[in-house]
Design a protein around this ligand. Sequence first.
Ligand code: SF4
Length: 698
Amino acid sequence: MKERSGATVRTTCPYCGVGCGVLATRLQDGTVRIEGDPDHPANYGRLCSKGSALGETVDLEGRLLHPEIGGTRASWDEALELVASRFSETIAEHGPDSVAFYVSGQLLTEDYYVANKLMKGFIGSANIDTNSRLCMASSVAGHKRAFGEDIVPGTYEDLEEADLLVLVGSNLAWCHPVLFQRVMAARERRPGMKIVVIDPRRTVTGESADLHLALDGDSDAALFNGLLRFLFECGAINRDYIARHTSGFDDALGSASEWTVEAVAGATGLPAREIEDFYSSFAMTDRVVTVYSQGVNQSASGTDKVNAIINCHLATGRIGRPGAGPFSVTGQPNAMGGREVGGLANQLAAHMDLGDPEARAIVGEFWQSDRVAERPGLKAVELFDAVADGRIKALWVMATNPADSLPNADLVEKALADCPFVVVSDVMSETDTTRHANVLLPATAWGEKDGTVTNSERRISRQRPFLPAPGDARHDWWIVNEVARRMGFAEAFPHRSPTEIYREHARLSAFRNDGDRVFSLAEHRDIAAEDYEAMAPVQWPLEDGATGRQFVNGGFTTADGRARMLPVRPPERKMPLDGSFRLNTGRVRDHWHTMTRTGKSPRLSRHIAEPFLQIHPADADAVGLEEAGLARIDSPFGSALLRVFRSDRVARGSLFAPMHWTGQLSSKGRIGAVIRPDTDPVSGQPAAKSAPVTVTPV
Ligand code: SF4
């Protein structure tokens, strides 16, 4: 056994939204020992394959270690001056909306806070959006429509305490593995717990379920509308709760009235008896948690799906109680923290709305700025359309790789190539995005960064450094602040540490907040540096930390304090009629995003080594695809070449391909290039799970 040489540091896993606590120790030979933190309430010592391989991903191979201008090494002063002057000149010549930031759920909350403050508070545009738009925007919009604020009501314990756990569009076993392990352990303790998985694909999660509903893609809203009708018909609604805590019940029920079991069967392709089985279980079980993830969010009707689910919980009063509630699981490590500081183009900081003049006045007063953006900015897909057509003339991409991860990725890459001025701050030197940068800024990586993240159950945890910053790498918050200072906003960006930024963020959350917003870190408004350093994982709102559960007695943050039930009109059932297939995309168990980190670990790469196409054997025969042969998929937007994997885990007419492979790793497996850039009309989230494509053998 290797000797320990450094102190063990308590930090947080940088991958998924479970937000597991990690103990990291630097050993004498320079390697890093990784263990699960037994005291962290998200994981109690557990780690999944990705988390436990973190020590294999912290080497410096491929790291961006120095600022570069036009591909040549530069000093920080030169790079920062150039970024600040080009942004200032562009704004002076073309106005604030001619510049944009595209940021990331990988950023820490403190990084996110200053980037948002600079763009929305001082540049005066809301053109800052984030890759969290691809992840959670439909849940954010659904929460705001229903609750008045972007709140996940429950906790992880609710999943363990449920008697019926419904997983919708979630491959929890692969995408949130430690939470799945907790659920499995809870079911062992309480064998009566029932699990229903709603997913077009038979995943590992689906195999663990008591009932797997393999519905047609994008028919979830019809299924939950039918559930609302069924609950009403069989007398399972909670009339007292509806009367005391909700509005809009009649309209919601009206929109559900046509959704008989037969109609739902027609829309979803499910057998009526499976639908009735699910509906009866839901109706008869008091403790129900419905977990939803990207299969719900990444859809052209994603926000409606979220509200159709929430409607059923509100109609039964199954929210704000142990083992009951709708629960959105976040894809990224800090998609929640980004939402708290207003990282999306339609949000303002501290859960305030950019579209609300009173909120703008509050934030302007707090930031002492009369330049706060007056209207929502461009959402991710729109933002890159604006880069492509020349409306955005200076773009700063932070900690993300849109040239691979956005839909219509070929257009995104061309937009980056044609944009007059592109800045990329990243930890990696060569990605499909960095190669289009005029200026490259080296950022610190996990293990070097210092700040906070918020997981899917609203729990704020510290990421702490245990490695020195290599080369000239700097923290993202420092880079943003230095640019802001050089743009003439030095007074508003005086921070010298993440503690100072966190303190300001906490103060803003409490500023003119008399309980009209649940999000509040008031108790941290004067947090001392040593308390920030020692901060244990904590759920917000801080003063309500006894259970962490929200809406225990109603008290929603709408104007009348009632949750809103919304009428939902499911989209027409659209099956490909022209020989094309419906392409579903998602994660594999052992890789993360565009693999800049997990791709470094041989053991993670062994699980699945190359991009693949899952296709039903009967479809494969019809198209002429052999197992392990090559298939080409095409859409009007681009194409990809993938290894054929014949499997009845996907339904006929459907395909599945992973999202991780980039142009750099496999010039043919870049799936973003194939995806049609459809978005949800409310949330702007891209529909990455139902792209029409054709398939041909190669
Ligand atoms: Fe990290 Fe998520 Fe795995 Fe936990 S479950 S170790 S947060 S990837």
